[in-house]
Design a protein around this ligand. Sequence first.
Ligand SMILES: C[S@@+](CC[C@H](N)C(=O)[O-])C[C@H]1O[C@@H](n2cnc3c(N)ncnc32)[C@H](O)[C@@H]1O
Length: 239
Amino acid sequence: MRIDIATLFPDMCEAVLSESIIGRARKAGHIEIHCHNIRNYTLDKHKRVDDKAYGGGTGMVMQPQPIHSCIMHIKEELGETEKAPRLIYLSPQGRVLTQQVVKELAAESNLILLCGHYEGVDQRVLDELEFEEISVGDFVVTGGELPALMLTDAVARMQQGVLPNEDAYSIESHYNGLLEHPQYSRPEEWMGRRVPEVLLSGHHANIKKWQEEMALEITAKKRPDLLKKQQLISDMSSD
Ligand SMILES: C[S@@+](CC[C@H](N)C(=O)[O-])C[C@H]1O[C@@H](n2cnc3c(N)ncnc32)[C@H](O)[C@@H]1O
């Protein structure tokens, strides 16, 4: 899979994506990620990429030309692909990113992510290139970089070879609509708190049963809305 990120702050993205699990996965060739500086594509002689908003307002708006040229350059670099790349503008107005959306995006071969900044992006370039919009939640951050990095990390860790095996992401919170059971490591006792006995028993079937029960219990306690959603899905599929 290849992910291209169009941003005014490529160093910020590279800094995060060169570290830890994703950094190693890139080096090993399990995922290809490129960060592109939108400013390199402006035709303005002063290298401007933003201007005042028509209609007034406090912030600046990212102009359409540099974004359009940057995205066209990425598309040219990709060449003929079997399936058109998904063009995603990270936006607080978009479809909210969930593990289900991550699964859907992880099955693609090419994603092009656009990070806005300041007051946002001129609507015309979003319409012209037919961007879909994805949000990381109902709040506003200063730029699309952190949201793009979250999306990239979530999608990258589902690619083959990035994590040791499929269990590493499938037996985790949200993958199947539940939260994960609690985790414990050594020592067996810490500050008078013991690791649950079943985890020390070596009895795999009992451990699995305990983990499943705990997942249900924890979901009911922390996120009862998720259980209700599961119930609705199973009601709908049995109708
Ligand atoms: C300050 S925000 C602009 C918000 C815009 N004026 C609005 O009210 O919808 C600047 C940029 O940050 C990014 N951004 C902010 N919040 C986001 C969120 N919740 N999810 C994804 N991207 C977000 C977008 O790329 C956006 O263009």
